[in-house]
Design a protein around this ligand. Structure first.
Ligand code: ADP
Ligand code: MG
Length: 619
């Protein structure tokens, strides 16, 4: 039989290799930026169009290439960075595989212009799908410009797999952040569709972080410094009180290369033990310097994971160094994890004059009276905020919306038990729950129905109630806003502002009014009637963290996500004491919902026990 094995033609091999190196526009951005850094550039410009789908261009003022090198750079395994296998163990450059340009040229239209300092004229090469179309001598500045157009033009399946521009741009920005943070001494500019997204002058590490993440970052950074035989650490961690719900500000760099390391991340978390609220993650920007001989970065083509020879020692040193810094800068543990969120002064309020708190004391309170009038103190956190409304009402704030029939009928629900959910309550008399509701462990509401017992998760129940009313407000009703006497100014990072801009319309549908949205600042002039001033920060931060986890493409899911997110941040929490009226109101409102059984994220809200089942337990 004839031999059947053949060597793959180069362009096919390159396309296969490209699959590993280039997943999306952001991968190209990473490779091109790294090449510019390896070429010793001091100014790097990144220009993209359509989130990189139509154009990615990187212009540097580095050493450039000779005409022959320029041509060779597109061959596979063509690299100037290593010469022998031994070199693999002392790598100081970003690249070394010689795969990137060959891979990119296999799946895009690439135009490269490059000139070395000693030369008068430079070289321009045009390549389409691995084929050199043109090479000529050109006038061009010293350095290199690589323009990558129409990514995946010859692999429609890959092109169709790309996400929306919003999502792809986010990946590009993430990649840009990583490279820019690793090289504060290099100046970077970044343009998308003709407008400038970042302009980062050459500076020190701290200033680079602040330029990227916004001015408010400055005051939260605590320096970390350690120097041992095996490891040098320098960088910053965020103070615990600025910890975030997202992991968007967690960066490790090993020898100026961004890496992911769950193990070292654990070491940082261990240093923060006892200092963070649950569900929060510390910010960190840490550079580790390790002898290249003792690491192996050659395990993944995109090179974000590395192997260390002596992980345990690194772990211990890192943890101790951060602990030491936190101690030295006198960062005391946050002891009260369950503190009332309304008591936290949001950061942006600190310049305002403090108001004398109004404490609602019910002087007519009589513990022996059964049904006291509603005005009373304690219990709900809202009691600190608005005097005129009885505080239990504000618990169901999601339900009060002027001039709407259905909303109004929700409002009347309160004590009279005049609504019912047919699935669970069999007859009118079954609804007679007012006298038999108990709160268990400040967490569950226990109440009876004719056929047995219902146990309700209070926080989940409230989420459902708020969610349905927000959704209704956003989709059916006209938004009702409360105008603020003093607009609230909030600081965010530029990318957070970008994200908020995307959902601005939906936010306005809920009742938010924005006086201005600047690069790092948001001025809010009006709020949805059911959001208190003190809750704005919490609501928006939660929203950002939810958006970060799940960028909605369609506007419908944006509205839904927003309703979910706001319901989550405003719902009463586990651990909150509810009095009898509040309990009853919650139960009644829940069963007036369209879908009382599960939360917006599909978690069970209550369980029932039939008397029969209970009987069986006593047999
Ligand atoms: P690697 O970076 O792994 O060596 P690449 O395919 O990314 O492989 O690049 C191949 C070679 O092309 C590099 O080794 C370098 O010599 C040259 N090169 C690529 N980009 C640049 C640039 N911006 N400036 C100067 N030389 C470059
Ligand atoms: Mg490279």
């Amino acid at each position: 039989m004839a031999d059947i094995i053949q060597l793959l033609p180069d362009h096919v091999a390159n396309q296969i290799a490209a699959g590993e190196v280039v997943q999306r526009p952001a991968s190209v951005v990473k490779e091109l930026l790294e090449n510019a850094i390896d070429a010793n550039a001091s100014h790097i410009k990144l220009i993209i169009k359509e989130a990189g789908k139509t154009l990615i261009q990187v212009i540097d003022d580095g050493v450039g290439m000779s005409p022959t090198d320029a041509r060779l750079s597109f061959e596979r395994h063509a690299t100037s960075k290593i010469r022998s296998a031994e070199d693999l163990f002392k790598i100081n450059t970003k690249g070394f595989r010689g795969e990137a340009l060959a891979s990119i040229a296999a799946i895009a239209h690439v135009e490269i212009k490059t000139k070395q300092e000693s030369e008068e004229l430079g070289t321009s090469i045009l390549i389409e799908g691995s084929e050199v179309k043109e090479q000529e001598v050109v006038v061009t500045p010293t350095g290199t410009s690589v323009a990558v157009k129409n990514l995946f033009f010859n692999i429609p399946a890959r092109r169709n797999f790309l996400k929306s521009n919003t999502v792809e741009l986010r990946h590009v920005v993430d990649e840009f952040h990583r490279v820019a943070l690793a090289h504060p001494d290099i100046s970077f500019a970044f343009y998308q569709n003709g407008s400038e997204l970042f302009n980062l002058p050459s500076s020190n590490y701290r200033k680079r972080i602040v330029h990227i993440f916004g001015k408010k970052t400055n005051e939260k950074l605590v320096p970390v410094e350690e120097s041992t035989e095996v490891l040098k650490i320098n960088g910053f961690v965020g103070k615990p009180e600025y910890s975030k719900k997202t992991r968007s500000e967690q960066f490790f760099f090993v020898n100026n290369r961004y890496i992911k390391s769950p193990y070292l991340n654990h070491a940082v978390n261990a240093a923060f033990e006892g200092l963070l609220k649950s569900g929060h993650h510390p910010s960190y920007f840490l550079n580790l310097e390790i002898d290249p001989q003792s690491i192996d970065i050659n395990i993944h083509p995109t090179k974000t994971e590395i192997k260390f020879d002596d992980e345990h020692t690194l772990y211990a040193i890192l943890r101790a160094a951060i602990k030491h810094s936190l101690g030295q800068f006198n960062i005391a543990p946050v002891l009260d994890f369950e503190h009332e969120s309304s008591l936290n002064t949001p950061y942006s309020y600190k310049d305002k004059a403090a108001k004398t708190p109004v404490i609602d004391v019910d002087r007519t309170f009589n513990p022996f009276e059964k049904e006291t009038p509603v005005q009373k103190s304690g219990g709900m956190r809202k009691s600190f905020t608005k005097a005129p409304t009885a505080d239990w009402e504000s618990l169901y704030v999601g339900l009060e919306s002027k001039g709407n029939k259905t909303q109004a009928s929700y409002n009347e629900v309160s004590f009279e038990s005049d609504t019912k959910s047919p699935e669970i309550f069999e007859s009118q008399s079954d609804m007679d729950v007012t006298k038999t509701t108990y709160q268990l462990h400040h967490k569950y509401l226990v109440t009876t129905i004719k056929s047995g017992l219902v146990i309700i998760d209070q926080s989940r129940a409230h989420q459902r109630i708020l969610y349905e009313s927000f959704l209704e407000n956003m989709t059916v009703n006209e938004a009702v806003s409360q105008q603020l006497l003093f607009p609230i100014t909030l600081n965010f990072t530029p990318s957070e502002i970008e994200m908020l801009k995307k959902v601005k319309d939906s936010l306005e549908q809920t009742g938010f009014l924005f006086a201005s949205i600047k690069k790092e600042q948001l001025i809010i002039s009006g709020l949805p009637i059911n959001v208190q001033e003190s809750e704005v920060v919490i609501v928006l931060e939660q929203l950002l963290s939810d958006l970060d986890a799940d960028v909605p493409d369609a506007s419908f899911s944006a509205v839904d996500l927003m309703a979910q997110s706001m319901a989550k941040s405003l719902a009463i929490k586990t651990g909150q004491r509810l009095d009898e009226q509040e309990q009853n109101h919650l139960v009644n409102s829940l069963f007036a919902c369209k879908e009382p059984t599960v939360t917006p994220t599909n978690k069970r809200i209550f369980i029932t026990f039939q008397v029969d089942d209970i009987d069986k337990k006593f047999m």
